[in-house]
Ligand binder design. Structure first.
Ligand SMILES: [Zn+2]
Ligand SMILES: [Zn+2]
Length: 162
């Protein structure tokens, strides 16, 4: 949840939502944290609101991913694979659905989620290898930071989404 607080929410949230967020309220429905029935270290007051909130996060992520793909010339930084597709007009264009925006340092072990320097373009094959490496790192990290294990489980899942 920490990473969500740090991301540039101001670009996507409405004025009202931003105000709520800055005033210790749920950014989606405006309920003050004192009245929450869940832990207040969450960003939103309920699973419903979190869902709505993460739709916005996913939206930003799509945008960020494209920025990274563009920077990396739509090619995998490990093996150079550059997936393409043909448009209706027969034009060859990069196939971004076959590319993965990968967090170099996984978010769950402290990597920055919304820092372009921490995101790289990978093909599906290289991403599989990288994910395995990440899980090893995460396991090691958890051994060293046992108390945080619960909090991180959710973030790991989110970060491995394409
Ligand atoms: Zn809410
Ligand atoms: Zn590759």
């Amino acid at each position: 949840m920490e990473t969500i607080k740090r991301m540039p929410v101001c670009r996507i949230l409405t004025k009202q939502q931003r105000k709520w967020l800055n005033n210790n309220c749920c950014p989606i429905c405006g309920l003050p944290k004192d009245e929450w029935k869940r832990r207040t270290d969450w960003t939103c007051c309920s699973t419903n609101c979190t869902e709505k909130y993460s739709e916005e996060v996913i939206f930003i992520w799509q945008y960020w991913k494209l920025k990274v793909f563009e920077r990396d010339n739509y090619s995998c930084v490990k093996c150079g694979e550059k997936p393409t597709e043909k448009t209706y007009e027969g034009k060859i264009i990069p196939n971004t659905s076959k590319l993965i925006g990968d967090h170099i340092i996984p978010i769950s072990i402290g990597g920055e989620e919304y820092n372009l320097d921490n995101v790289q373009t990978l093909c599906e094959k290289c991403n599989k290898v990288k994910t395995k490496e990440d899980f090893k790192k995460i396991a090691l990290y958890r051994k060293q930071h046992k108390s945080q294990t619960k909090l991180n489980t959710k973030e790991v899942r989110n970060s491995s989404q394409p």
